[in-house]
Ligand binder design. Structure first.
Ligand code: ADP
Length: 417
């Protein structure tokens, strides 16, 4: 029923039962993704996506393990109504906490926090840094707090993991007043993913986290790589916004900043149009003129589509260049870790990227690469390789759930946190 809150025990909103679940919310401007994760088994109980919010086509898609997907029309629903529909879906479960993905925490947040009134104000203060994402995240938080008023809500920031970057890595070579007055600096994103896969890689390799230097490459629709030294981010490819760095599905990654003036002068484009082009019409889509989807491009390149092949070549070359750049933040590279939809599933992209890293003497194991390192500890390189390379599936929802669980009673512990 709309407006109903799930049963929770004691008055302080904390719950200790091992069958409790954490609701993970990832709220976009017109979408709301949710996962309900069992706290003790760390398994997904139910997950879904409300999309086209604010339109007549708004719908909630729900998936449960081993069951057919369901779709329910929620015409005209905004975040609050979508959250009410989610609540109906999960009302049979005991929800102990809600974890929220928040894209930008600026310099205010170097770790996850329990959301209180001041937290909301601090997230709102970061809106100028992420004008599309943070308002959408706030809409999700507010809708969830309205529906689950007695539960602890925890904000997990994409930027927080990178707050350990040293000044030489996070500053731009711009007039310093821009940093002092407007906090113009490199922040980095995908922090939950980089943190998760670097922790997983450390575990898989059985290594001491205080003595392991990794480069992690998160390659999804958005792409970024991170230098992780002894468990801490020391540099990353994304910057002030998620546009900087690697070539992505529809984002250009690094370009010459003078391009703005050239395009404005020659094509009469406005700043907004140029920004939209760099974010939504560039990257793999822009180069290929075909698709932002790596699977489509790989299939097209096979049948001789020249620009699909060029898009993949540029993607891999620029990725290799980005990875080598990050090595400046490390003393050595103990392992390179691929993750994200492309990183986890494209043997061809991984092989091509390693082919541009010959300076590090990688020796790929074709069979392990073909099966995405699944039969071992994720390894896709031979024992003779100069660069140990792994594939580690990411799980950002699980990181958010674990973070939310940290704020529950001490006896509510996760098996691997
Ligand atoms: P998001 O960043 O939106 O979470 P994903 O991490 O799911 O996206 O990554 C999406 C990308 O992964 C797309 O380019 C898609 O083509 C690519 N991808 C997924 N599966 C494969 C595959 N089997 N081979 C190559 N690319 C794949």
């Amino acid at each position: 029923m709309f407006g109903m809150t799930p049963s929770i025990s004691p008055a302080d909103g904390r719950r200790e039962s091992a069958d409790s679940a954490v609701l993970v919310i990832n709220s976009g401007s017109s979408s709301l993704k949710f996962s309900l994760i069992d706290g003790s088994r760390e398994a997904v109980l139910v997950q879904g996506l409300a999309e086209a919010l604010g339109s007549a086509d708004a719908a909630l898609h729900v998936a449960r393990p081993d069951q057919a997907k369901e779709t329910r029309a929620i015409p005209g629903a905004h975040h609050s109504q979508a959250m009410a529909a989610v609540l109906e879906v999960i009302e049979e479960f005991h929800v102990a906490a809600v974890g929220h993905r928040v894209v930008h925490g600026g310099e205010a947040f170097s770790e996850s926090v329990l959301i209180e009134r001041e937290t909301l104000a601090a997230i709102r203060a970061c809106v100028p840094l992420a004008p599309l994402h943070n308002p959408a995240n706030l809409a999700g938080i507010e809708a969830a707090m309205e529906r689950f008023p007695t539960l602890p809500h925890v904000a997990v920031f994409d930027t927080a993991f990178h707050q350990t970057m040293p000044p030489q890595a996070f500053h731009y070579a711009l007039p310093h007043a821009l940093y002092e007055n407007h906090r113009v600096r490199r922040y980095g994103f995908h922090g939950t993913s980089h943190r998760f896969v670097s922790t997983e890689a450390t575990r898989l390799l059985g290594r001491d986290p205080a003595n392991l230097q990794l480069i992690t490459a998160h390659l999804g629709n958005g792409c970024s790589a991170c230098a992780v030294k002894n468990g801490h981010s020391v540099d990353t490819t994304m910057g002030f916004t998620p546009l900087e760095g690697l070539v992505m599905g529809t984002r250009s990654g690094d370009i010459d900043p003078n391009l703005h003036e050239f395009l404005a002068n020659t094509l009469g484009k406005s700043l907004g149009e140029i920004t939209a082009m760099l974010n939504r019409e560039s990257g793999l889509l822009g180069i290929s003129g075909l698709s932002n989807d790596m699977r489509t491009l790989a299939a097209a390149a096979e049948t001789g589509h020249v620009r699909a092949g060029l898009a993949i070549d540029i993607f891999c070359y620029r990725l290799a260049k980005g990875l080598l750049g990050l090595a400046a933040g490390l003393d050595r590279i103990d392992a390179l870790v691929f993750t994200g939809g492309i990183g986890e599933h494209s043997a061809a992209v991984r092989a091509k990227t390693l082919s541009h890293l010959q300076i590090l003497h990688p020796v790929i194991d074709a069979e392990h690469n073909r099966i995405h390192g699944r039969d071992s500890d994720g390894r896709i390189t031979a024992s003779t390789s100069g660069l140990l390379t792994l594939v580690v599936p990411t799980n950002e929802e699980l990181v958010i759930a674990r973070e939310a669980m940290r704020f529950l009673a001490p006896s509510f512990t996760s098996p691997s946190s």
